[in-house]
Design a protein around this ligand. Structure first.
Ligand code: ATP
Length: 228
């Protein structure tokens, strides 16, 4: 059984329909890349899965449970950890306070999170607002990990960050995958995504239009759907 099974997902912002039929499956331990040009529905898909957006139709099953009937805090408790687009840490809280605020019991502790991102360990008593963009992104990922999620979702994992920090984050993602963490990742760094993903799902105009392994992602498909 898949850990996450999304079928024929539609989503609405008021009267405006943003998703028209998204199919997405993630097996235990799998890393799936959700790809597509700007505005194609990637973040909306994440909002629907995490139940931040609840005006949806279709099926969202997590470990066999129907998520479509749950509010977002219940979805989080079932084990979906999100590092959202725009990072959204508590700016006035310290790094340690941010991490502890999301902590739930499990293997991920403050110590383990700072082992993964040593820069955070050096800044535990610093307010999150004083971190660089890259460090804030590390904090967002570490916060999601502190919930001890069964599925980790990274929306725009490395967008707009300096190359050296991006490299650190991709290395951390590869390590998490190696340890068996199930991950859904959105990013525009296609070559990094291809290197780390087990499978890719491409969205175009609110629909999933292609699914396959990175090896099957040909130049024609990239040109047609990703504008590469
Ligand atoms: P990007 O890569 O630019 O973040 P995306 O693939 O994540 O894009 P979404 O943000 O999911 O795309 O947007 C999908 C569609 O939904 C777009 O047409 C967008 O304008 C619309 N949309 C997104 N958020 C809202 C909102 N809060 N209210 C109304 N429409 C929205």
């Amino acid at each position: 059984m898949s850990l996450l099974q999304v079928s024929r997902l539609e989503a609405f912002y008021g009267a405006s329909q943003a998703l028209f039929g998204v199919d997405l499956e993630i097996a235990q331990g799998e890393l799936v890349a959700l790809m597509g040009r700007n505005g194609m529905g990637k973040t909306t898909t994440v909002r629907a899965i995490t139940r931040m957006l609840r005006t949806t139709r279709g099926e969202i099953r997590f470990d066999g449970q129907d998520l479509s009937v749950l509010p977002s805090f219940r979805a989080a408790r079932l084990g979906i950890g999100l590092a959202p687009e725009g990072r959204r840490c508590f700016a006035s809280l310290t790094v340690a306070e941010n991490l502890m605020a999301s902590a739930r019991s499990g293997p991920w502790t403050l110590e383990k999170a700072t082992e993964l991102f040593p820069r955070l360990g050096e800044r535990l008593s610093q307010p999150a607002a004083t971190l660089s963009g890259g460090e804030q992104q590390m904090l967002a990922i570490a916060r999601a990990l502190m919930t001890n999620p069964r599925l980790l979702i990274l929306d725009e994992a490395t967008e707009g960050l300096a190359p050296v920090v991006r490299h650190e984050i991709w290395a951390a993602i590869a390590l998490l995958k190696q340890r068996g963490q199930s991950i859904l990742v959105i990013d525009k760094a296609f070559s990094e995504l291809r290197a780390v993903a087990d499978r890719c799902v491409i969205l175009a105009r609110g629909e999933s239009v292609w699914t396959g392994t990175p090896a099957g992602l040909t130049r024609e498909i990239e040109t047609e759907f990703l504008g590469v």
